[in-house]
Ligand binder design. Structure first.
Ligand code: GDP
Ligand code: MG
Length: 672
């Protein structure tokens, strides 16, 4: 939407510091991550400086204006629209050649522009000297050296973006006839209904044979013929058949010239810290053991003594203090029995049963956030690629899957960075098999109840089973639905960075807030609803026995489906249905149904009467694999582009969950 105000976009390569700069400029709250998949949605903010207000959009990170991934398409459509008044191009000064490639294409757009040369602190540390004035002169665009992370030189940048931004002073003169060809095609396009300043951009794309631009322009035939004539003669002049290569070469030649004139790099640069760390972490023999070790530490911290002690503490607070206090308070004001039942058994029971898992969730997210922000997550993808490629999968799909350990919804969106459409869809279908944070309360409850001595082992086995099933299912899908060959691996390995304390805390707080909000809204309503449905009969009388209640009747209707899996009783069936709203609701529902009042120890004792260890494990396996919660389901529908895909993958997941649980139950019954 075009407002009366000036709108500028922050554009740059992934990991060039866009989000960091965006927050510095606007003061807006947002997750700052290292992985290119984090900034997928359009984020807007406002700059208030020197009495002026400017709207800023944080666009997804892109390497060029030739769209490949969905993010690049979003970014390109936005810069070509009329919404934009100027571009703030953020450039990673430590990766200058690759970053200027995008800059050259932005210059061709002819929009008012300024370059923020970021990571100037890292350059200084590496002993690199940069002559920004010469760079400005050569590019025809103002260059301001900054450090987004340390807020260095922000005032100069703020002055520039709130002042009058100017279009590039001149278009670069590319060698080998490319510059001349661009000028000729720009001339041919004159008179078309296009932004005049951007003609060089359209000319470049047409010379490259960009089919998307060709389609959207629908040029008259004579013009089209002349353009292809120019493109052909450029080819023959260059003795090549690949116009894209010719253009890229010309751009890189120009960039090399610029960098030569304004960069002075030290003679024998010492190994950077990143290179030194990668020698160990990415070592052929050490990579996998190190990854396994990190995972072990993560799970131990989450499920081991630290996590469970904190959880017990919170549990005790809710059961020992809150619940009795509320009950006596309600008694004192003369509340009726059913109100006390609703509040203590329904609300505190349901919501409290879920909230006590907060410490473990926070610890898990602390680890995921640090893994992501340090840049290790991208390396895991790289490490796994070699392995996964052997069975026809791409390592790139491993990153969304790993994020799936946190929450399926952002993980599904993270798949947007995958170029191959089949791979992307497949990754989306497999990500829900990862044990998301919401499944954790269910695991913790059941493993404490049935496998107290081996609780950690059981939980880890479920995490591993999820990964194994994703690989198996991926293998099946690759042979049937998604047959195309995975594209090459182009995920870059970002520089290692120490995560900032503020960023990590903010990230954890966001997760904790999400979790608590969910407990306070969805789980709350769900608990009340379950309690009500459990206390009234279908004829709206008061149910003496909850099996006669509305919920009991309905649960008994669907319970037979689960009989072959060993848990064919109505309480289990109802909790699985509730789990579709949010996975934590399985715990809150069982807590309400069995009247445990949010006391997980008591609930565990009651559950021990309903399940056997084997059926309890099958129940967990089913929860691990069956379709994800509503919010993830809606995201899958959006990302896959249709209900057919969404229901198709849900059916696939449910079928796989049923079959796996059935298999485990059948085989297990032979032994136990
Ligand atoms: P984006 O992908 O372009 O949004 O990049 P981010 O804003 O997420 O930044 C990637 C990483 O680079 C983060 O860990 C930032 O803290 C770090 N970073 C950003 N700007 C600078 C800077 O100027 N200097 C240093 N040393 N680190 C920076
Ligand atoms: Mg970002």
């Amino acid at each position: 939407m075009k407002t009366g105000r000036t709108t500028i976009a922050i554009m740059g390569n992934p990991n060039s510091g866009k989000t960091t700069l965006f927050i510095k400029l606007t003061g807006s709250n947002q997750h700052v991550g290292n992985w290119p998949g984090v900034t997928v949605d359009r984020k807007t903010g406002q700059i208030h400086h020197a009495g002026k207000v400017v709207d800023v959009v944080d666009l997804p990170g892109i390497y060029s204006l030739s769209p490949f991934t969905q993010e690049e398409i979003i970014a390109r459509e936005f810069v070509l629209s009329d919404e934009l008044d100027g571009i703030l191009n953020i450039v990673d000064a430590t990766n200058i050649e690759r970053n200027l490639y995008l800059t050259m294409q932005l210059i061709a757009l002819g929009l008012p522009m300024v370059i923020a040369l970021n990571f100037i602190d890292d350059c200084r540390a590496q002993g690199v000297q940069i002559d920004c004035q010469t760079m400005s002169d050569l590019l025809g665009v103002r260059v301001i050296p900054i450090s987004a992370r340390h807020g260095e030189n922000m005032d100069a940048l703020l002055d520039a973006v709130t002042g009058t931004l100017t279009p590039p002073a001149h278009q670069p003169d590319y060698l080998h006839g490319v510059g001349a060809a661009i000028r000729r095609v720009s001339g041919l396009l004159d008179g078309q209904p296009l932004r005049r300043a951007s003609l060089p951009f359209y000319a470049e794309k047409l010379l490259e044979g960009d089919s998307h631009v060709q389609k959207t322009l629908s040029l008259p035939d004579p013009v089209r013929h002349e353009i292809s004539h120019v493109a052909l003669s450029l080819c023959s002049h260059q003795n090549s058949t690949d116009n894209q290569m010719i253009m890229a070469d010309a751009l890189y030649d120009f960039i090399e010239g610029v960098v030569k004139q304004c960069y002075v790099r030290p003679e024998n640069p010492p190994l950077t810290t990143t290179e030194r760390i990668d020698r160990v972490v990415m070592n052929k023999w050490l990579a996998l053991p190190i990854f396994a070790l990190i995972m072990c530490v993560m799970f131990l911290a989450t499920f081991g003594p630290i996590g469970s002690t904190l959880m017990d503490g919170l549990d005790g607070l809710i059961q020992g203090r809150l619940s009795p206090a509320v009950e006596s308070g309600l008694l004192a004001i003369g509340a009726s029995d059913w109100v006390i039942g609703l509040v203590c058994d329904g609300i505190i029971g349901g919501v409290g049963g879920v909230v006590s898992f907060l410490p473990q969730i926070v610890i898990l997210f602390l680890f995921l956030s640090v893994l992501e922000d340090t840049g290790y997550l991208a390396r895991i993808a790289f490490i796994m690629d070699t392995l996964l490629r052997k069975i026809g999968l791409s390592g790139k799909s491993f990153v969304p899957m790993l994020m799936g350990f946190g929450c399926t919804t952002p993980a599904v969106m993270a798949a947007r960075t995958m170029e191959n459409e089949d791979d992307r869809r497949m990754t989306i279908m497999l990500t829900p098999f990862m044990s998301c944070g919401a499944k954790l309360p269910v695991y913790a409850l059941f493993s404490a109840a049935f496998f107290p001595a081996h609780a950690g082992l059981v939980t880890i086995s479920l995490y591993v089973l999820g990964i194994v099933m994703a690989i198996v299912a991926g293998f099946i899908l690759k042979k049937t639905v998604f047959r195309s060959v995975s594209s090459g691996f182009v995920l870059e390995l970002p520089t290692y960075r120490l995560p900032t304390f503020k960023g990590t805390v903010r990230n954890m707080w966001t997760r904790a807030k999400d979790f608590l909000t969910k407990a306070g809204t969805i789980i709350f309503l769900m608990s009340v609803l379950i309690w009500l449905l459990q206390n009234f009969t279908p004829t709206l009388g008061v149910a003496e026995n909850s099996a006669d209640s509305i919920l009991g009747a309905f649960g008994q209707l669907i319970a037979p489906i689960f009989a072959p899996l060993g848990f064919g009783f109505w309480q289990a069936a109802v909790s699985l249905l509730a789990g579709l709203v949010a996975k934590e609701a399985v715990v809150s529902t069982l807590s309400v149904l069995y009247g445990a009042g949010g006391d997980s120890a008591m609930l565990a004792t009651i559950l021990a009467g309903a399940f056997s260890p084997l059926t309890a494990y099958c129940f967990l396996v089913f929860i691990l694999l069956y379709m994800p919660c509503m919010s993830a389901f809606a995201t899958i529908k959006r990302e896959m582009g249709g209900w057919r895909w969404a229901f198709g993958s849900a059916a696939f997941q449910i079928a796989l969950a049923w079959l796996t649980a059935f298999l485990i139950h059948t085989v297990g019954s032979l032994f136990f």
